[in-house]
Design a protein around this ligand. Structure first.
Ligand code: GDP
Ligand code: MG
Length: 283
């Protein structure tokens, strides 16, 4: 249809000849036919859904490694925690932090990371898909790019890692704090379970199935007791990075200008952390 309109008005020198569409466009200096084509097709934009996040809410983007059970096995991650993998997650998160000014705080554990954007952010006009895809792709690219820094002697991972991401809106400070507390509680529960599970296997000689069975129906105090009485392990002595996950915030007075972040492994469920960083919730 568009082509026919153009052909009708093309110059005598081109009439009756098979002339490339490009050449016709060039003759008309591109402007007119392209514009016509644009307006003819532009209606397709109406099929796009508006996914703008509402104003004045905290935005949390949580990404999660896809198929990381398999990914961690393939790369022989230390069980239950591989410090190299966790540090690589933190390093990749810092890259995201650096690129996106409006991130206030981030929290990571296992194969997941949450990024909190300030309430007033206008990043991508608050369009959910734009924000989540940008953060997830940046993170995945950084994870691959920085792999050799953490996995010595390896140029890159053996398979391409990927992360899914979602954006969730939290309408006030309390819900935001509860969200972060939820992720940290998840870290604690999983880590206590995994630490006991792998102690039963690696030190106690149980099979995976036997260890799983042994832990069925146990509470936190039972797992602490198994670790203490059977393996002389005090769960409290496990590294804070494993027990608490990683909190990332900007360092107001960085010693190293290239690394202007504080990597904290501390409790964020209680009030202390928030009292020490009152500026975070003012954003
Ligand atoms: N060995 C090991 N595995 C890890 C570590 N961090 C994450 N993982 C693996 O990643 C998985 C993350 O859980 P989840 O997202 O539910 O599993 P996914 O759907 O396979 O990505 C865990 O179950 C572990 O198998 C680590 O430090 N060491
Ligand atoms: Mg995962």
């Amino acid at each position: 249809m568009v082509q026919r309109e153009i052909i009708k008005t093309r110059p005598a020198s081109m009439r009756g000849k098979i002339v490339s569409f490009n050449r016709i466009n060039r003759y008309f200096s591109c402007a007119k036919p392209l514009k016509m084509a644009l307006s003819r097709f532009e209606y397709v934009k109406k099929f796009e859904l508006d996914d703008k996040l509402v104003p004045e809410c905290w935005i949390v983007v949580r990404l999660d490694g896809k198929g990381f059970s398999k990914f961690s096995d393939l790369h022989n991650f230390v069980k239950p925690n591989d410090k190299r993998a966790l540090d690589l997650m933190n390093h990749s998160a810092k890259k995201v932090f650096k690129e996106i000014n409006d991130i206030v705080i981030a929290y990571g554990q296992s194969d997941e990371y949450s990024f909190v954007l300030k309430k007033s952010t206008t990043l991508y006009s608050r369009r959910s898909a734009k924000i989540t895809t940008n953060i997830a792709s940046l993170f995945a690219a950084a994870y691959t790019f920085y792999w050799p820094l953490f996995f010595e002697g390896e140029e890159r991972p053996k398979m391409v890692p990927s992360f899914d991401a979602r954006a969730v809106q939290y309408p006030n400070d309390q819900v935001l704090r509860d969200y972060l507390s939820w992720r940290q509680a998840d870290c604690h529960i999983n880590n206590l379970y995994n630490t006991t599970f792998w102690a039963l296997i690696q030190k106690g000689g149980l099979s995976n199935q036997e260890a799983g069975k042994r832990l069925t129906g146990t509470f936190a105090k039972d797992k602490n007791e198994i670790l203490f009485s059977e393996f002389a392990m005090n769960y409290n002595d496990e590294p804070d990075q494993f027990k608490k996950g990683t909190i990332l915030v900007k360092d107001p007075n960085p010693e190293d200008k290239k690394n202007p972040y504080l990597e904290l492994y501390q409790d964020l469920i209680g009030d202390t952390f928030w009292e020490e960083h009152p500026e975070l919730l003012m954003k």
